[in-house]
Each structure stands twice: as structure tokens, then as C-alpha cells.
Ligand binder design. Structure first.
Ligand SMILES: [Zn+2]
Length: 278
């Protein structure tokens, strides 16, 4: 029996003896027989096949650090939308309506076919299959590890599901949260607009807001953790990151000034107070 498992910060989930597990890491493919006679096969993909999809900030698909060129904004939007619904088949009719709102149905479906074909051409040098399509649906099937937002969500989900007594005392979740808040390079799909597509714009706004709230919540937890540890320099780091996203949060301004004072940086606390009262 072949079970596919993904690598996540929780570690590899164990299967009963006799099961065969396959583990996928960026650039590494491993098959492990978890039975009594352990077999291990390890193959390394050539460096040139490393693919990454960045959806925080301006969306970008890169192969071996080289950005791939998308012929149209809609083929880029199609890949982003599919990747944000991994392993979930998306109906072609719904995708066509989302990306070409307002036009006749048959024309939208034809546009979608063209966009999918262009997307496949753009991704032709990527070794692992990313998109599977049948008559009715299209699905993103790429590994979560190659998409920054999926990695971000996986880290936070692992914290939420971790069996710790309190997240404020859990070193494992501290490290996960630090990695998660370092990932966003900007708002989700920054600069991506489909003019005249209210459905797509509404969806994007909601997703962007949800990501922002998740980042702010993780940063707030990090501030609390480091306040508890009396590591004032780290409180400063994460409070500043929080204020860059939500400058209206008064409690964060107070936390930042308090951390400056406790860190012996009275002048910075006063400087910050001055910027607030300008
Ligand atoms: Zn934990």
C-alpha cells in the first residue's frame, strides 16, 4: 500500500509497519518502506528543476530562480487561484465565471481553455506535475512546499493543532511561527487585478484580509512570548513588524515603547512616542 505523506513542521506522520511511505521535500524524493526490513531510496532532482510559486507580494513563478513569463494576467491569476485551493478540483464553469465575469458562458469556457493551454506552456519545463485537468475540473496537484502561502498556512495549522499546554511555552510552535511570519513579502497577490471581475476581486480581498489577520495574530503571539521571556529586543522586532501592517494598533505601540524602555533605549521610546503625537 502506498501512502503519500507530506513533509511539514510537525514532522513525518508514522504509518503502521508494512506500509510504504513516500516523502517529498523540495529537491528530494524519498521512498521509505516502514516495514521490518527498512528500505530507503533517495534520489536528488537536478538543481535546475527547483520550482517555487510566490503568492505573497507580487505573484511570481520561478524555475531555478528564473522568473517564468506569463503571457496574460489571467493565466497568472488562474495558477494563483488553483494553487490557493490545493488538491481541490475546481469546476471549469466556476473558474470561467470567476476569471471572465460578464461574458457568455461558452466564450468564457473557451477563454479558460486558452488560458490553461498558455499556463501549461509557461510551466512546460517544470518537472513535477502542477495542474491536472479533466473535462469538468482543473486541480492544483503540486506539493505544498513549493508555494509560500501554503507553507505559511501549514505552519500555522501545525501550531493550532499541536498538543502543547500553551503556545506561549512551546518552543516548537515558536519556531514555526517565526518561520511563518518571515514568509510574507507583501499582501497576497499584490498588484494582481482583473478589471471588471467583481467575483475575483471579492475573493481576493477576502483571502488577503484573512492572510493579514493570520500574520497579525502570529506576530501578536510572538510579542507575548518574548514579553514573557523578557527578551525585549525580540519584542521590538515583532511589534515593529506588526505596526508596519497595522499602524492603528495602540496596544502594539505601547508594547513597543515598553520594550524600548526595558531594553535601556529610552531615547527610542521617546522618539516613537513623538512620532505618534505628530
Ligand atoms: Zn506547540
Amino acid at each position: 500500500m502506498l501512502d503519500r505523506i507530506s513533509f511539514d513542521p510537525c514532522g513525518v506522520h508514522r504509518q503502521p509497519p508494512g506500509h510504504v511511505q513516500s516523502v517529498t521535500l523540495p529537491g528530494v524524493s524519498t521512498v521509505v518502506d516502514a516495514g521490518h526490513d527498512l528500505r530507503l531510496h533517495l534520489s536528488l532532482f537536478p538543481e535546475s528543476t527547483m520550482f517555487a510559486l510566490t503568492l505573497f507580494g507580487p505573484p511570481n513563478a520561478a524555475l531555478d530562480d528564473r522568473s517564468l513569463l506569463f503571457p496574460t494576467v489571467r493565466s497568472r491569476a488562474l495558477l494563483a487561484y488553483l494553487a490557493l485551493h490545493p488538491q481541490q478540483p475546481q469546476f471549469r464553469d466556476a473558474l470561467a465565471e470567476l476569471l471572465w465575469a460578464g461574458g457568455p458562458g461558452a466564450e468564457n469556457r473557451s477563454n479558460l481553455r486558452t488560458a490553461l493551454s498558455r499556463l501549461r506552456r509557461t510551466l512546460k519545463d517544470v518537472e513535477q506535475p502542477l495542474v491536472r485537468a479533466d473535462r469538468d475540473t482543473i486541480t492544483f496537484i503540486g506539493p505544498a512546499g513549493i508555494v509560500d502561502v501554503l507553507r505559511f498556512r501549514s505552519l500555522l495549522r501545525a501550531c493550532a493543532n499541536h498538543a502543547h499546554r500553551s503556545e506561549l511555552d512551546c518552543q516548537t510552535c515558536l519556531e514555526r511561527m517565526q518561520e511563518a511570519v518571515a514568509l510574507p513579502a507583501g499582501p497576497l497577490l499584490a498588484g494582481l487585478h482583473l478589471a471588471g471581475n467583481p467575483l475575483f476581486e471579492e475573493w481576493l480581498l477576502a483571502e488577503r484580509e484573512q492572510c493579514q489577520q493570520q500574520v497579525l495574530s502570529a506576530l501578536q503571539t510572538l510579542v507575548k512570548i518574548y514579553q514573557q521571556r523578557q527578551d525585549h529586543a525580540q519584542v521590538v522586532t515583532y511589534a515593529r513588524q506588526q505596526l508596519a501592517l497595522a499602524p492603528w494598533r495602540e496596544e502594539t505601540h505601547l508594547a513597543l515603547m515598553r520594550a524600548y524602555l526595558l531594553n535601556g533605549e529610552r531615547h527610542r521610546a521617546l522618539q516613537h512616542y513623538a512620532t505618534m503625537t505628530d
